[in-house]
Design a protein around this ligand. Structure first.
Ligand code: AMP
Ligand code: MG
Length: 427
């Protein structure tokens, strides 16, 4: 794919591009298609440092100073000059003062002398090396040590962490806990970030019932809006929850247009397959430029992406597990890009042994719900959560990873290696 095909061309005339088959869309290709149409928000706001957690930097942060900005001790011990003294062991030095963190030793360390020094205290003039206190014996004002530390040992040098003027955080960076500390270590109290992305979402289906209402035969509680809420909330977005909308063309039209006019992104669940009451497809064709795909994946077969007015639109399947899988595989990255993140982190995948056999057809990517665990040897292994139906939300709740079986993969035997994608990050 070299040239970007307009959404209008692609949604009106799917055959306009050679390698584009909406009825059997590979996961990677769908991701690439979506990526072409994502332009990040531009508006920015200035926030107190702490409030920038989870937000995307709209400015490059350069180091306004060296960090640390003075040579200091990494250990409690004694500071002396390695070159000045004769390191014939054992070495004897006279203690001429003390340097505390925040309270430097004002004098100069002469030959044959040392200064008692605490972690974080400035290295006094004349000294360049610290011997740790555990290696020293102290007798009145004199120390003796039998083991010579390497010259410059146990010293944290000026600019060792960050040098004056260097790029510390790039524009488009997602602010994480370490970044708050990093910016704080530079004395930066206020940062410029992109504004919050506004996401409107609603469920579709006559069978959906709100929590608090009794359930009749043929009805289900609207769980998708709860999983979506959770996944969206974690990304730090501004949410507009438009509820569960019955399969009524007029209501759906009104809600869709309302959603698109108030948000940057509209997400719906259900109604994008080709069932009798699936009006969303007609409405989207009327009001938007939307591509409808049958994904070569399981779960998550029907998926729609496009634009309605200026809003990006994601039409997720109705089945509860399919909602979560398609969200994590397509929507998450797209939202991060729209939020302004230039290089969304690729979700890590790694190979581990699968302790149970898995039945799998080639020709589609499967996202089985898995449990990563350590076996008796302490090695990480994975097993499926059990039944894998795309309506079984309990499988998602039990899982701590996806077992990702690509298109080329067929049945898996117990003991074979499979790729896993953890669901939980450390931060
Ligand atoms: P659909 O794609 O609209 O045909 O829906 C596929 C399946 O997902 C059906 O069994 C629906 O009842 C179910 N479903 C759709 N939306 C929801 C929802 N919001 N919460 C729970 N289940 C849903
Ligand atoms: Mg439906």
């Amino acid at each position: 794919m070299t040239k970007t095909t307009s959404l209008a061309d692609l949604s009106n005339n799917p055959s306009c591009q050679d390698d584009y088959d909406p009825n059997s869309m590979p996961v990677d290709k769908a991701r690439q298609f979506i990526r072409q149409y994502l332009n990040a928000v531009r508006e920015t706001e200035s926030l107190p440092l702490r409030d920038s957690l989870g937000r995307i930097l709209a400015e490059e942060i350069l180091s306004p100073a060296n960090v640390p900005n003075y040579d200091n001790s990494a250990m409690d011990g004694y500071a002396f000059n390695a070159a000045d003294i004769d390191l014939v062991l054992p070495t004897h030095l006279k203690v001429v003062g003390t340097a505390f963190a925040g309270k430097a030793f004002a004098g100069v360390v002469a030959q044959g002398e040392c200064v008692r020094i605490m972690t974080g205290a400035a290295i006094p003039e004349g000294a360049d090396t610290v011997v740790v206190q555990e290696k020293v014996s102290l007798d009145a004002d004199n120390i003796t040590f039998n083991e010579a530390p390497k010259p410059r040992a146990n010293v944290r040098y000026t600019g060792e962490d960050l040098q004056l003027g260097q790029t510390v955080l790039e524009q488009g960076h997602l602010m994480c806990p370490a970044d708050l500390g990093l910016a704080a270590s530079l004395g930066i109290a206020q940062v410029q970030v992109y504004r919050k992305l506004k996401v409107a979402f609603f469920s579709t289906g006559d069978e959906l019932v709100a929590l608090g209402q009794p359930l009749q035969i043929g009805q289900v509680y609207d769980s998708n809006r709860y999983t979506l809420y959770g996944m969206l909330k974690r990304l730090g977005l501004e949410l507009i929850d438009l509820g569960a909308i019955a399969d009524d063309p007029a209501l759906l039209e009104q809600t869709l247009l309302d959603a698109a006019s108030r948000s940057d992104v509209v997400i719906t669940s259900g109604g994008v397959s080709v069932g009798e009451a699936d009006y969303m497809k007609q409405l989207l064709a009327k009001h938007g430029q939307v591509m409808f795909w049958k994904m070569a994946m399981k779960p998550g077969r029907p998926l729609a992406y496009g634009k309605v007015g200026n809003a990006h639109y994601f039409g997720l399947p109705g089945n509860p597990v399919a909602v979560m899988v398609t969200f994590y595989q397509f929507v998450r990255e797209a939202l991060l890009r729209l939020m302004g993140q230039t290089k969304p982190e690729v979700l890590p995948m790694f190979n581990v042994e699968c302790t149970q056999p898995i039945k799998k057809l080639t020709g589609r990517t499967e996202y089985q719900r898995g449990i990563l665990f350590t076996n008796a040897n302490g090695d990480w292994c994975v097993k499926p959560t059990g039944a894998q139906g795309s309506a079984l939300l309990s499988s998602m709740s039990l899982a701590n990873c996806f077992i990702v079986l690509d298109e080329a993969t067929g049945n898996i035997e117990a003991g074979a290696k499979v790729q896993v994608q953890p669901l939980h990050g450390i931060i």
